[in-house]
Each structure stands twice: as structure tokens, then as C-alpha cells.
Design a protein. Structure first.
Length: 368
């Protein structure tokens, strides 16, 4: 009835090597978290090394022992006790199972000051990051760099500049617009019917637990709401699977802007009668507004769009509301690349000033 990650952990990566990163994604209450928590603690009990629990922010660490152990204790470790003690004034926590040091809890936000404490982690063999996809898009600033830095800090020692440390990432299927998929190129490869996926140094399983799905979807609580959340929670549904949102649209539209990405140009049009924003690879090169999102793409007569502009916010908003359409996968992947940059939200006046300056007007914009 519950998830078993044995096959995932047996896979080789795209190069035929033992992967260092294992990703597991699926519907809620399927048992992913419980499986990997039990794996980490069992490995320690069997003498296979300590483990690190990764969190995003420091405030999560104070309750790390209870969060980790509460559910698995009653299932598998009834005679066990897990406690945590702060190290370096709470920079990270050391975990103890029955009074024996078994691992550590670390916040990604502390990646830089953690470097000087790398000797603490010589015996770590497993790293576990649960909920690597955030439902609220609340990631650390520059999270991937912090994730990489933290892993290098852990993987130093034992007379080696770098050693193998198995890293497990688990999550529900929130969105392909998350920094981990983007950094590893998963958002360009993954389909809703994908079960296993391999890359350079990583493997991924997209699992579906039918009994968990039936339990959630048949509950009165889930039936009471018609907002798509129950589909995400029970059916393992991404809003942006690769077969969705690719259409050929005709009708009255407003030309919004031309985007340059790499060596190609794309058009953004608003089909205001249908409430759709459409991106395709047939731009009007005479249109005066050209937007670039990276310094490498910047050119004369183009506006460099930073992370906190209205354009970024608006594109993300219409995407999240299912109002973006694309003419092909190439156009879709370009927008994925752009939206995968973390968006910082400012105030409405700032956005509207920026929009007015480049003469972009969107009829459905709440600020204009």
C-alpha cells in the first residue's frame, strides 16, 4: 500500500554510473517520506553511516528531531528515542538515536557559515531533503548554489577532497517550474507518464500510489473544493505537463512584446476575449519593445528585464492560473527557462512604472 524506493536506489544514471542524486516525486500520502526516513535511520543502526536532514531555513531546525521521528517511531522504532542538540549556537543540530550521534540537521540558508564545520560530517553517508518542491514557491535565495555548497561541505573529509554521499530528494508533484528541475534540465525531459528518468549523476522516479489517491479523492474534504488542489494531491498532476497548453490560437489579440532568448525571438500576444496569453516563435520584428532576460542576450534597443519586474510576475501569474498557451514545445521550454528564475515581488507601483516605461499594457493586469 505504501511507497518502496528499492528500485529507484538500484538504478544507474545516464552514464551507467552509480548516481549521487536520487529524486522521488509522487502524489501525497504515498509513503515517500516515511520510506526514506526509515532508510536513513536503519542505515545508521546497521553501521552504514550517519545522515543529514536538509531544511531550507534555520527556524525549522529547533523541532527537527520531532518532525523526523514522530511518525516513524510508532511504525518501526517503538523502543527508540531521537533527540537533537544545537551546535555553534544553533547553526546546525546534531541528532542522537538512543544517545548515540546518528546525524545532523542543516538549513540551506546557512550554507556559507557551515563550511568551517565540514569535519563534523566525515561519517555522513546519506543526505535527505524532503519537500524539495515548495507549494508556495518559498525557496532560499540562490537555493541551488546553497544546496551545492552544502553538499560539498558534507562530502569533504576522510582524507579525500570529495567523497561519494548519496543524496535523496523527495517531493509531491508541485510544479516543473522549480529550481531543481531547471538546474538539472528535468523540466525539458519529464512527461506526466514518465516513471523513471536518468540524467548525468542523477536518477528520478515519478511514482503514483493508487490507494493513497483513492483515499484522498473520496474524502468529503476533498470533494468540498473544486480548485484543482485535490487533483494535485491525489492524482500526481502537474499544472504544466508537456502535452498541455500547446495550441494554435486564432482571433483578436494584442501584441505585447518580443522576447529574445539565445539566438531566437519569440512573441507574446494577449487574446483578451479568451483570457489567454500566447507565446509563439513568430514575432513581429518591427515591434519596438524587445525584452531580454540574460546579459548574454542583451542588444541595442532591447530592455533587460530583471527578476522583480512586472513582466516576470505577470507571466508567472498567468502560468499558475492556466492561462498561458504555446505553439510548440520550444516556445514552452523558453518560458519555462525564463520563469524558473526566482521572482521577487515588489509593490504594484514599481511594476506599473516599469510597464509604463516600456509601453506594455495588459488588459487583465490588476495594477494597470
Amino acid at each position: 500500500m505504501y511507497y518502496d524506493g528499492t528500485k529507484l536506489l538500484s538504478l544507474k544514471d545516464a552514464d551507467g554510473n552509480k548516481p549521487e542524486i536520487y529524486l522521488c516525486v509522487g502524489n501525497r500520502t504515498a509513503g515517500k517520506t516515511v520510506f526514506f526516513k526509515r532508510l536513513c535511520l536503519n542505515n545508521f543502526i546497521q553501521g552504514k553511516g550517519k545522515f543529514v536532514l536538509l531544511y531550507r531555513f534555520n527556524y525549522e531546525l529547533s523541532s527537527c528531531a520531532d518532525m523526523f521521528f514522530r511518525d516513524i517511531r510508532h511504525l518501526f522504532f517503538e523502543n527508540g528515542e531521537l533527540t537533537a542538540r544545537p551546535i555553534a549556537k544553533g547553526l546546525f543540530y546534531e541528532l542522537y538515536y538512543n544517545e548515540k550521534s546518528c546525524g545532523f540537521a542543516i538549513a540551506l540558508s546557512n550554507a556559507d557559515p557551515l563550511k568551517k564545520y565540514s569535519s563534523y560530517f566525515n561519517e555522513v553517508e546519506n543526505v535527505f531533503l524532503d519537500e524539495f518542491q515548495s507549494e508556495t514557491n518559498h525557496y532560499c535565495p540562490d537555493e541551488i548554489r546553497k544546496f551545492q555548497s552544502t553538499h560539498v561541505t558534507i562530502a569533504r573529509g576522510k582524507g579525500k577532497q570529495y567523497r561519494y554521499v548519496r543524496t535523496i530528494l523527495a517531493s509531491n508533484s508541485v510544479t516543473m517550474l522549480n529550481p531543481y528541475y531547471k538546474s538539472m534540465g528535468i523540466h525539458k525531459m519529464l512527461r506526466n507518464d514518465t516513471k523513471f528518468l536518468r540524467g548525468h549523476g542523477w536518477v528520478m522516479e515519478q511514482t503514483f500510489n493508487e490507494s493513497a489517491s483513492k483515499s484522498l479523492s473520496s474524502s468529503g474534504f476533498s470533494k468540498a473544493f473544486d480548485d484543482g488542489y485535490s487533483d494535485y494531491a491525489s492524482q500526481n498532476v502537474y499544472l504544466n505537463d508537456n502535452e498541455t497548453f500547446i495550441e494554435h490560437i486564432k482571433g483578436k489579440c494584442r501584441y505585447i512584446a518580443t522576447i529574445k532568448h539565445g539566438q531566437k525571438y519569440y512573441a507574446i500576444r494577449e487574446f483578451y476575449e479568451d483570457g489567454i496569453v500566447y507565446v509563439n516563435d513568430s514575432p513581429d520584428m518591427t515591434y519596438p519593445v524587445k525584452l531580454t532576460f540574460k546579459a548574454d542576450d542583451h542588444e541595442q534597443n532591447a530592455l533587460m528585464v530583471n527578476k522583480s519586474t512586472f513582466v516576470m510576475q505577470y507571466l508567472r501569474k498567468v502560468f499558475d492560473h492556466g492561462q498561458l498557451r504555446f505553439n510548440n514545445l520550444d516556445s514552452k521550454n523558453i518560458i519555462f527557462d525564463i520563469l524558473s528564475i526566482k521572482v521577487s515581488f515588489g509593490n504594484a507601483d514599481t511594476y506599473c512604472d516599469g510597464v509604463a516605461r516600456v509601453k506594455i499594457r495588459l488588459s487583465s493586469c490588476p495594477f494597470c
